[in-house]
Design a protein around this ligand. Structure first.
Ligand SMILES: CC(C)(COP(=O)(O)OP(=O)(O)OC[C@H]1O[C@@H](n2cnc3c(N)ncnc32)[C@H](O)[C@@H]1OP(=O)(O)O)[C@@H](O)C(=O)NCCC(=O)NCCS
Length: 333
């Protein structure tokens, strides 16, 4: 019996370029407060959100993804045909099948890459980066486009006090490719399915139809326990990701946590004792919580504003519905 040949990948993987798309409709708190008996001041104090973006009908999941993906491919100095795998992390692609990834890959002008969606809610992008790094190192792909995209405005009840001011829309992307030096540290990831009920949908679509409802099965969130879980448990996960990458808090350049709540971001930074030299992503103030898109969008903004420079180390940590989480240290492209 002859031995099978195994694929051989690159020695290491790194992010080669990032991109983002921010929808055109800016929604200030003042546009939201009346329906939820809230105030601009309450939302700013409790969440740090000043405004968010909600997509127009033309700004579809596919459209936003293509824009972000194209920018990431250009930033990586590549042509679309060089992308041989497209991973799209989303919970708001409304078709059960085909996946968003195949449609996006086609519109981008790629050459028939592997293309599929993953469902890991707000942690989807970090899951995608972890997979992409392993694909590149394992030899199953050379250049992987990872997109995090959401239109959460389609799934958010504007009358729900617990979610209406938080969730938002957008797309972010990164190209992961080969590297001679480590550019993506070991992932620390996991799930806490026993807490699945904390962020979920009121019903599934079949139940909606069976019950004759005229409303969508909106997202629901029990914010307080999620807040405590994120602020305490995720600090340990973030520290673990640093330790596994062999980086101390003093050596870290940038901290790019999931943009869920400014108070969670501050609590994590405090618990981890991040020194003042570490630049912290605070995209949530103007973008709200864009779930899978939040980390690549925040990273893209830090690069654009010169806060994150090429060669810097950045700790990414994402967490969300599931509950699920993923964290890794990356080198900024
Ligand atoms: C949603 C969130 C901002 C709410 O903040 P909170 O401090 O936990 O607020 P609570 O639910 O404890 O409510 C506190 C008070 O504010 C009130 N309140 C709740 N929502 C309100 C709103 N939208 N506007 C005004 N008041 C509100 C409550 O009625 C309560 O009033 P009371 O003290 O008189 O009873 C916060 O829990 C949060 O960010 N959770 C995590 C979300 C997250 O990380 N999601 C990520 C996963 S994707």
């Amino acid at each position: 019996m002859s031995a099978l040949q195994a694929s051989v990948g690159a020695p290491h993987a790194r992010i080669l370029g990032v991109g983002g798309y921010r929808p055109s409709r800016v929604i200030p708190n003042s546009e939201i407060v009346d329906l939820i008996d809230s105030s601009d001041e309450w939302i700013r104090t409790r969440s740090g959100i000043v405004e968010r973006r909600w997509a127009t009908p033309e700004e579809t999941v596919q459209m936003m993804s293509v824009a972000a993906g194209r920018q990431a491919i250009e930033a990586a100095g590549l042509e679309p045909q060089q992308i041989d795998c497209v991973i799209v992390a989303t919970v708001s692609h409304m078709l059960q099948t085909p996946s968003a990834a195949t449609l996006i890959a086609d519109e981008l002008g790629t050459d028939h890459p592997a293309a599929f969606d993953i469902s890991a809610a707000c942690a989807g992008f970090c899951h995608g980066v972890a997979m992409a790094a392993d694909f590149v190192r394992g030899g199953s792909s050379r250049h992987v486009l990872v997109i995090g995209v959401e239109r959460l405005s389609d799934l958010t009840d504007v009358r729900d006090r617990g979610t209406a001011f938080i969730f938002a829309d957008g797309a972010g992307a990164a190209v992961v490719g080969p590297s001679q030096t480590p550019g993506i540290g070991p992932v620390v990831w996991g799930s806490a399915g026993e807490q699945a009920g904390l962020i979920t949908q009121k019903k599934d679509w079949l139940e909606v139809l069976a019950d004759g409802d005229t409303e969508r099965p909106w997202l629901t969130m029990d914010g307080n326990p999620v807040f405590r879980w994120a602020a305490f448990e995720m600090a340990k996960v973030a520290q673990d990701a640093l330790d596994r990458a062999g980086i101390t808090a003093e050596e870290l350049d940038c901290f790019v946590p999931h943009q869920a709540n400014m108070r969670i971001i501050d609590a994590l930074a405090r618990t981890m004792k991040l020194p003042a030299s570490v630049k912290i992503a605070r995209d949530i103030a103007t973008m709200g919580n864009t779930s899978a898109a939040s980390i690549p969008l925040a990273l893209e903004r830090m690069i654009e504003q010169g806060e994150a420079r090429s060669g810097d180390t950045a700790l990414l940590i994402a967490f969300g519905a599931g509950l699920v989480y993923a964290a890794q240290v990356v080198v900024v492209p």
